[in-house]
Design a protein around this ligand. Structure first.
Ligand SMILES: NC(=O)c1ccc[n+]([C@@H]2O[C@H](COP(=O)([O-])OP(=O)(O)OC[C@H]3O[C@@H](n4cnc5c(N)ncnc54)[C@H](O)[C@@H]3O)[C@@H](O)[C@H]2O)c1
Length: 298
């Protein structure tokens, strides 16, 4: 089949593109390279079609839907702290851009699998978080992802096939440090033999999921008979940031302690997915454990 991947030069996008190629699909990418890099795709570049374009350009998006069988929509601005500085731009890219995708999917009868986020939930006390928990984002980035879910509801009612995957915190090769890239930041410090820096007291709870598990969920969602769903994609397990720092230090064998700094604005306190729905819907299961991956790469 032939798929359009928006944001295909980014962290999740590149892993997704590689999986699609491996499975024998044809891939067209739309990415404006504001964050993504063509080099990330160098080993598959001769097998893909790359279009340097913005998802806000409706006409160009439409032009590129010729012969496409489905859309994986990953493109977004993703840095929580930055979203406080530039809320309008975040809205423009993440909401107006996403509506372009949904509108065109509706017009051309294409299924969309798109990246939502656990950030739609905001602060929650009861863990793990189920999909029917109230959504109260605490930063402009999370608000854009919630606005996308309202659009999901609008276009689903119109009969458009859309599956929104609420990713929890993703880890893996190629992650940029800015966005939830706490693991990347810790690893960079450890490689310089410096202690990891924790913002806040380290009690923040996170559900870290491997990027290959995320992209497999995307593929299974596209292939499934399910037309409309908003679903958590996490592991169901969670650790605190302090535990994470200690785990990385322990694997590295260094004799150091983490450093604590002031908490970040808009940082969610606890996040842990209830994965029952994803497992049931897509017959999917996360495979890679965080400790296993850290041990492999450190
Ligand atoms: N990484 C995570 O932990 C995480 C967690 C929850 C949700 N998400 C969501 O997953 C998706 C992918 O995230 P990522 O970590 O790969 O981010 P990323 O920044 O690595 O990738 C996003 C890609 O989108 C492109 N892009 C941005 N604005 C664009 C525009 N206007 N037009 C075309 N392309 C544009 C960027 O150049 C980049 O290649 C995003 O929608 C993000 O919100 C990520």
């Amino acid at each position: 089949m032939r798929f359009l991947v928006t944001g295909g030069a980014g962290f999740v996008g590149t892993h997704l593109v590689k999986l699609l190629i491996e499975k024998g699909h044809e891939v067209k990418i739309i990415d404006n390279l504001i964050k993504g890099k063509k080099e990330n795709l160098s080993d598959v570049f001769d097998k893909i079609e790359f279009i340097n374009s913005d998802i806000r350009d409706y006409e160009n998006l439409e032009k590129n839907l010729h012969n496409v069988d489905g859309i994986f929509h990953q493109a977004a601005l993703t840095v929580v702290q930055d979203s406080f500085e530039n809320p309008e731009e975040y809205h423009d890219v993440n909401v107006v851009g996403t509506e372009n995708i949904f509108k065109l999917a509706h017009k051309h009868d294409l299924k969309v699998v798109y990246a939502s986020s656990s950030s739609v939930y905001g602060h929650k006390e009861i863990m793990p978080i189920r999909e029917d928990t109230t959504r109260q984002p605490i930063n402009p980035y999370g608000q854009t992802k919630l606005d996308d879910e309202y659009l999901y509801e609008k276009y689903s009612k119109l009969g458009t096939k859309i599956i929104g995957l609420r990713y929890f915190n993703i880890f893996g090769q190629g992650q940029t440090p800015e966005y939830a890239g706490v693991i990347t930041k810790f690893l960079d410090r450890i490689r310089e033999r410096k202690p990891p820096i924790i913002f806040g007291d380290g009690t923040q709870l996170r559900d870290f999921i491997y990027v290959e598990d995320i992209v497999m969920a995307n593929l299974l969602a596209m292939e499934s008979q399910i037309s409309n769903l908003l679903v958590n994609v996490g592991t169901g397990n969670a650790i605190t940031i302090l535990e994470l720092a200690k785990m990385i230090i322990n694997i590295s064998g260094l004799d150091i302690q983490p450093i604590f700094e002031v908490p970040l604005e808009g940082d969610i306190k606890k996040s842990q997915a209830d994965t029952t729905l994803a497992i049931k819907s897509f017959n999917w299961k996360p495979k890679k454990e965080l400790r296993e991956w850290l041990t492999e790469i450190l």
